[in-house]
Design a protein around this ligand. Structure first.
Ligand code: CMP
Length: 140
């Protein structure tokens, strides 16, 4: 079915100037950008967005990294968008990511791993709402 998912191009990939190359992969797989914004997250934003990980040992490093530079946030729409985006991204740890995936090609480490993507329909809904009020979403 047609789904929406949230994608974040992280500070490492923005710094590498590969926003366009990553978006081209989404578009090539049939995902449409229906909302987008470039922003520099505050610490409070990043802590709220990743609240589910707040008890994990990597939380502080994750937040520090996500506020280290601007990010490019998008809502993507398409058939099976959540899984399709996860397949395009590859494994969280770029050392384990399959050849040809975004993380295998652009990521440096488990923190500087180029992209974030929603992992399930409920999180996709919450994550899209976190960044985009409905009026800024342009499904067509
Ligand atoms: P992301 O999909 O943005 O969700 C949480 C992030 O935490 C993850 O990508 C990684 O960049 C980062 N992270 C760091 N260490 C770990 C770990 N051990 N397991 C999962 N995520 C981790």
């Amino acid at each position: 079915s047609v789904e929406r998912t949230l994608s974040i191009i992280k500070p490492d990939a923005v710094a590498k100037n590969v926003i366009g190359q990553i978006i081209a992969r989404f578009e090539g797989a049939g995902l449409k950008v229906i909302a987008a914004r470039m922003m520099h997250l505050s610490r409070a934003d990043a802590e709220r967005f990743y609240a589910v990980h707040s008890a994990r040992p990597f939380f502080k490093d994750l937040v520090d990294f996500m506020i280290s530079g601007p990010v490019f946030v998008q809502a993507l729409e398409g058939e099976n968008a959540i899984q399709k985006n996860r397949d395009l991204m590859g494994a969280t740890d770029p050392k384990k990511a399959e050849k040809g995936t975004i993380r295998a090609d652009f990521a440096d480490s488990i923190d500087a791993n180029a992209v974030h993507g929603s992992d399930a329909p409920e999180t996709a809904k919450a994550e899209i709402a976190f960044f985009f009020p409905e009026i800024n979403i342009h499904s067509r």
